[in-house]
Structure formats: C-alpha cells, structure tokens
Design a protein around this ligand. Sequence first.
Ligand SMILES: Cc1ncc(COP(=O)(O)O)c(C=O)c1O
Length: 239
Amino acid sequence: MAVQKPQSEGASLNNFWMPFTANRQYKAMPRLLVKAEGMYYTDVEGNSVLDSTAGLWCCNAGHSRPEITDAVSRQISQLDYAPTFQMGHPLPFELAERLAAMAPGELNRVFFTNSGSESGDTALKIALAYQRARGHANRTMFIGRELGYHGTGFGGISVGGMVNNRKAFNSQLLPSVAHLPHTLDIERNAFSKGLPEHGIEKADYLEHMIAQHGAENIAAVMVEPMSGSGGVVLPPVAI
Ligand SMILES: Cc1ncc(COP(=O)(O)O)c(C=O)c1O
C-alpha cells in the first residue's frame, strides 16, 4: 500500500523542539510516523510499527477508529468551540454527569483540563484553595512519592519524584513537599504472576509521615495508583 508522505517532508527539523528527546541525536536519524490504524503505526518508509504504549497512553481505544473519527468530525462541524467562562454548551455537562456516575463515592465534581500536567497542577491548587476555604489555611504541605510523575508544571515536578526532571528547577520548586518511598521492590516482587504479593506495607509509611509533619499542616497526598513514567510498577494485591 502506498504510504502518504508527510506534508512536511523536506522541511527543516530544526524548529520543532521535541520534549523528552535528545534532539540532536533524533534529528540526525529521525523516525517519522505518518499513519495509524488499530494498534499499529506506519512509518515514513511504509513499515508497520506496533504501538506498544497505546500512543503514550492516549489512544487506548485504538488508533483511527471510525466511530471515534466520525464522532469528532460530526462535533467539529456542528460546534467546534464554545467558551465555558460565563457561557456554556451542553456537552461538558453531559460528560461530567457521566464521569460522576462512574467515579466512586462522593467524587461527583468534574473540572476539565487539557493535559496531565495541567491536571496535576490544578489538583494541587484546588487542594490549597479548598483547605483555605474551610478555614485550614495552614494546610499547605503536599506529600508525593519518589519516582512519582505528575507532569511538567512546577507543582507536578515538585510533588513528583523524578530526579532528572527536578534538577534544573530545584531552586524554584514548591517549598513544602515530602515524598513517600517508591514502591519498586524488585527483590521480592520480580517475576510476579498477576499483581505482586509484597509491598502493601509501603503505603503504611504515609501514617509515619503524617505523624512526622502533622496532619494539620498537610493539604493533600498525591500518588499515582499505578506508577507509569517512573517505571510501570503494579500495586501489590490488597489484603
Ligand atoms: C500521573 C500523570 N500525571 C501527569 C502526566 C503528564 O501528562 P501530560 O504529558 O499530558 O502533561 C502523566 C503522563 O504520563 C501522568 O502519568
């Protein structure tokens, strides 16, 4: 099958500054993907490439599914954008209602963002504003986890625990953050079948940290239920 060449082929690779990429090395030997269907990409040479991370976890339903492209196309042609400052349109309300019905317990308010980084920083801001609004303005500390990844905003980098992501910004990170130990326990959990057996006790360290820093000072605890960017580490079986 003939592969459509990217429109930009032949364009300079200099101007696009690629994130989390060794730019000089990549641009000396670029790998360009031009098409996707199901769980495969097609590269510029026409090779099929298995997308083993589901588009960095953004395309879990599969690439270019007709029902998704049809729905997106239908919506764009009907209403491509409407503000949600003081105005509104029905779909965010409908989606929020559906999400609230899926979420556990009293998690029934939805605030939409455009990326994981924005979500992380927004969640931290909501936690601070919430504590302040209920009269606990001294609850400003955040607890994160070593190797945690919450994106590239200042808040997410501060609460996250990926050392290389923090290095250049260390002097300006959030001032009051402590980190739980990471949950990788390779000695005991290597070659586990299904969820690993060991490690539930690592969650108990939170109690120690709360005792150490004082619950009255802590605004929020932020951890990934399943570690991703710091290494895909499954949580242990709950006991
Ligand atoms: C838990 C978590 N928070 C934040 C992010 C950052 O998301 P984005 O790249 O959309 O800013 C990620 C991305 O992998 C993530 O896994």
